[in-house]
Design a protein around this ligand. Sequence first.
Ligand SMILES: *Cc1c(COP(=O)(O)O)cnc(C)c1O
Length: 383
Amino acid sequence: MTKPILLSTPHMGDRELEFVLEAFDTNWIAPVGPHIDAFEQEFCQVTGAGYAAAVSSGTAALHLALRLIGVESGDEVFCSTLTFAATANPITYLGAKPVFIDSDRTSWNMNPDLLREALDKHAHIGKLPKAVVVVHLYGQSADINPIVEACHQYEVPLIEDAAESLGATYKGRSPGTFGRIGIFSFNGNKIITTSGGGMLVSDDAQLVAKARFLATQARDPAPHYQHSEIGYNYRLSNVLAGIGRGQLRVLNERVTARRHNYEIYACALGNLPGIEFMPEATFGYATRWLTCLTIDPKAFGADREQVRLALALEQIETRPVWKPLHLQPVFAECCECIGGEVAEDLFARGLCLPSGSNLTTEDLDRVIQAIAAISSDTRKIYF
Ligand SMILES: *Cc1c(COP(=O)(O)O)cnc(C)c1O
């Protein structure tokens, strides 16, 4: 039987098990312990973040971030539209409403000009959002400087969803470290994983201390259980933090491997008519967490969905680019989108290819051959 080639799977290094065994040997199995502290510190060293709190998921980190900023029922929060639902869901947990913002074509991330226009307009009617959530998609940073400037001008706090972009840079610095708060994810499909987990970072020590407090049921400093605020059970376990420490040590290798996948794909398929790869913006270094391309059906001879289904028959898993949140049934009725055509087009034509750091040359070859076989002009393939 043909081996399935999946989109993005976990890839352990040499040290993870050692750290996990250490947790077992010392009986630190709880959501406290030395691996958690070490993981947070090492994460700060790798990303240049000031302070970090390890939590149970990227979604939990976003929920905490919005809560720390004071997002409440009735507030509006500006949010990238081209992203996974987990970016916007926590806005609604707090009773607030997302207002979506379209992407630009240079990075596929939030268009800074549209953000500025939207802030101008909302300032004019006295209805500024409580926060802006910008996403760094598929391993590439958004054009963050103008976004930071626009938020700064209107004193609107910026949260960065860098769940997909650990290991990337923007002008040499890690996405997630520019705004008031940044979040990362260690879900099983991300560039490094703890099976499930996340990180909240900020340069504000007090804010991160408050995040830890809220993530551990908001217990007041009293010997009995006393609570003056509503908390959550969002802390990462010490066992999983051990996996994270091992994974951090191979992050650079994982980035290299994923960029290598992209280069192989782009070299073999980049000249096919109708195929264009996600551009790498000049301001940054992308990890190519996923290799994404767009397909022009007329020139290529098949549309994105036909390609996806043809590859599925060959046991090759691909995914359409994120369906924009303003098109999602759960948000379409309630939530406005500023622009939207770019994200809609990227969704209609965009496909993510298998991109794991553990793919073999044979795996990549199979994907390339399968796509080439669909193209109306296979002569353009060369290796
Ligand atoms: C994965 C992801 C999240 C959520 O992270 P979890 O750890 O799965 O909760 C949030 N935003 C984006 C853009 C993601 O890709």
